[in-house]
Design a protein around this ligand. Structure first.
Ligand code: COA
Length: 114
């Protein structure tokens, strides 16, 4: 059985992003650009903690990281996951530029853990 699932089949000018379930990543076909996450459970919430985003130097500034994030957030939405944006690219650049995705961001109830 194939290990990879196509999470998003982009148009002619969009990079194809693949969900690599076994590696907890969304990545380009050549695997050189990726978004790495960790799935965790807080109470009744299933959470995608986005740990790291990486794009090779030669491909930076073209929106590739943004495409990786869109694939990850679409996946989170369709699987009813909340998102923790631990990666600074997601928290400081992607979400401010794409605020509609803030609705998926996990809001921790600190009191419940005391
Ligand atoms: N934190 C937040 N924002 C960052 C950033 C970081 N560490 N590094 C770059 N950015 C911003 C840039 O300021 C740039 O803004 P601009 O459009 O005004 O120039 C923007 O990201 C570019 O967006 P995009 O083209 O979608 O990103 P990218 O494909 O160039 O990839 C990174 C961005 C961060 C993934 C890439 O620079 C990288 O791999 N850096 C090394 C690893 C890293 O620092 N990862 C993030 C922390 S986990």
């Amino acid at each position: 059985m194939a290990a990879n699932n196509k999470e998003k089949d982009g148009g002619a000018d969009e990079p194809r992003i693949i969900w690599s379930e076994n590696r907890d990543r969304f990545e380009t076909e050549d695997k050189k650009a990726y978004l790495e996450y960790h799935l965790q459970i807080h109470g009744n919430s299933q959470i995608m903690n986005i740990l790291h985003t990486f794009v090779p130097t030669s491909k930076r500034g073209l929106g590739l990281a943004s495409h990786l994030c869109v694939a990850a957030f679409n996946h989170a939405q369709s699987h009813s996951l909340s998102v923790i944006p631990s990666c600074s690219y997601v928290s400081d650049t992607f979400l401010p530029r794409n605020p509609t995705w803030n609705s998926l961001v996990y809001k921790e109830d600190l009191k419940s853990s005391i």
